[in-house]
Each structure stands twice: as C-alpha cells, then as structure tokens.
Design a protein around this ligand. Structure first.
Ligand SMILES: Nc1ncnc2c1ncn2[C@@H]1O[C@H](COP(=O)(O)OP(=O)(O)OP(=O)(O)O)[C@@H](O)[C@H]1O
Ligand SMILES: [Mg+2]
Length: 277
C-alpha cells in the first residue's frame, strides 16, 4: 500500500483554479519530490494532505487514512515542516523542542531535545532564543521539531529555500537519513537540482496538473538522447564557495567565524572541500 495516494484532487480559491485534478502515489519509505514554479500549487497540495485545507474534489489518503474523513488519524501519522519556519521565537531552541515533545506526550522531553540539538549541530545554540538564530539555524530547528515522535510520513514544503549551500547539503543528508530509516518523505521544491539529488521519484506540477511523474532516469529519458559536447569545465560558484569557506567555514551552529582563509592554495582547498561533500 502506498504511504500517500492522491486521486484527482481539485482546489480553487474563488475563481482561481489551482489544482485541476492531481494524481500521484508515494511508496512507503521513499522520497518524492513535487516540483513546481512559484504559484504552481505545491503548498496547496501539502495543506490538503496535512488536513489544513479541504479539497473541492477528489480523494487523498496518507498512511492509509482518508484526509477528509479520518483527519485525526492522518495528523497522528504525519509531521509538517511548512514553507515558513514555525519556531517560537521567544523560546530557546531547546525549549521549542521540549514543547513539541510534551505536546506529543513523550517521556523524557529533555533528552529528546538534547539528542536532536546534537543531530542538527545546534547544541551550542540550544540555550539561545530562536529569535537570535540565522535563517539556516531556524530551518534546521524547524525540521528537528518535526521529527519528534518519529512520524511515518513527513511533509517538507520547500525545505531548503533561503539556505546557504552547506546548510542545504545538511538538510539533504537529513532527508536521506530519514528515508533510509523507513520514513516516507514528500517534499516540494522549486529547485531541479534538489529533486535530482534527493528524490526516488519526481513529479512536476504545472498549470494545475502533474505533467510528468517518474524516476530521474525516466524523466531524463523523455529528452532526446544525450549529445557529446566538449566544454571547458569552469568551477561553479558553489565550487568557489566551498573552496573559500572550506574546512574553516561556518561553525556547526552557523555562527560567524574568524578571518577568512588566505588565498594561495585554491586548488588544494577545492580538493578538500570536494572530499568533504
Ligand atoms: N488562501 C489563498 N487565497 C487565495 N489564493 C491563494 C491562497 N493560497 C494560495 N493562493 C494562490 O494559489 C496559487 C498557488 O499557491 P501555492 O501557495 O499553493 O503555490 P506554491 O506552488 O506553493 O508556490 P511557491 O513556490 O511560491 O511557494 C497562487 O496563485 C496563490 O496566489
Ligand atoms: Mg509554497
């Protein structure tokens, strides 16, 4: 049985017909990327699947429960990391995690919080108010909060938007680890490379419908066969970023670091950062 099944879902906001019959399935324990440009309806789809919004037509089930008629069971089965970080700014990072653990009626919330702080490289920042966190730290805390209680299905709405390349790769690794542990992940993204890096299957949402759905290999097969071209390989801006930031880069909690490394051995440092990735 698929962990998520979506059949002919439609949703309009007044005259705006955003979802015009969306169908897809997500296999249990897999990572599924819903790819679409701004305004395509990704958040709308996530809201319907997480029971925050009712569809106008169609059916959807999550973890075997119908989102319309078994909303409470769906909510027990999922966690949602929304597009905009949902941390409480007045609380410290640790307190945010403890709050969620208590809301989920778990025993030993302090230990759960400390374990997650360590896992997300937030131990040093754990005692600081979330209001003082950088965007990346906030995002990591938000994702950490959604893992509490080990829900079988996780929704991540554009999880890496606004993150720097390092933080993005950290989030990707977290998502991969989750799926390896058997969690089903539905993530939305505007970034092709994110879908390419992470997803077992990719669906493209465009003008209210899924216009393509397949593995990366299947999607690539839709294009004409590869041509061989010889191009001079220039370093990408990301290569430069890692070469410069490299091993002396931002500390694990993203705090500002000391003076920048000396230029001088860019090739060597590029090699190092390549090794780290
Ligand atoms: N509550 C609402 N009322 C009216 N229109 C809405 C509402 N929520 C979303 N829309 C519209 O529906 C369309 C889809 O929005 P949605 O937020 O689902 O897109 P998205 O794919 O998540 O985009 P983004 O990549 O920018 O987050 C947009 O045109 C948006 O303006
Ligand atoms: Mg959105």
């Amino acid at each position: 049985m698929p962990a998520i099944r979506v059949r002919n879902i439609e949703k309009s906001y007044r005259d705006l017909h955003v979802l015009k019959g969306v169908d897809f399935e997500v296999a249990s324990g897999s990572i599924f990327a819903l790819l679409g440009s701004n305004g395509a309806g990704k958040t709308t789809a996530i809201k319907i699947l997480s029971t925050l919004l009712k569809a106008d037509a169609g059916t959807a089930s999550v973890n075997g429960y119908d989102v319309a008629t078994q909303a409470a069971d769906v909510r027990e089965s999922i966690s949602l990391t929304g597009q905009f970080a949902a941390v409480d700014e007045v609380l410290t990072g640790r307190e945010n995690l403890i709050l969620v653990a208590k809301l989920r009626h778990l025993t030993n919330p302090g230990k759960i919080a400390d374990d997650l702080l360590a896992r997300f490289s937030l131990t040093d920042a754990g005692g600081r108010k979330a209001a003082t966190y950088s965007g990346g730290m906030r995002r990591r805390l938000d994702i950490a909060m959604s893992l509490i209680g080990n829900p079988p299905v996780i929704f991540l709405d554009v999880p890496t938007t606004g993150l720097d390349p390092e933080a993005r790769i950290e989030v990707w690794q977290t998502v991969k680890n989750l799926a390896q542990g058997g969690t089903t992940v539905l993530l939305t993204t505007q970034y092709l490379d994110e879908a390419e890096q992470l997803a077992d299957r990719i669906a493209i949402l465009h003008q209210g419908r899924i216009i393509v759905n397949g593995t990366l290999a299947e999607l690539k097969a839709l294009l004409p066969p590869a041509k061989i071209e010889y191009v001079e390989k220039q370093p990408s801006l990301e290569d430069v970023f890692f070469a410069v930031v490299g091993e002396n880069g931002a500390g694990p909690d993203g705090e500002a670091t000391g003076p920048h490394r000396e230029a001088g051995t860019p090739a060597a440092s590029a090699q190092n950062s390549e090794d780290q990735r």
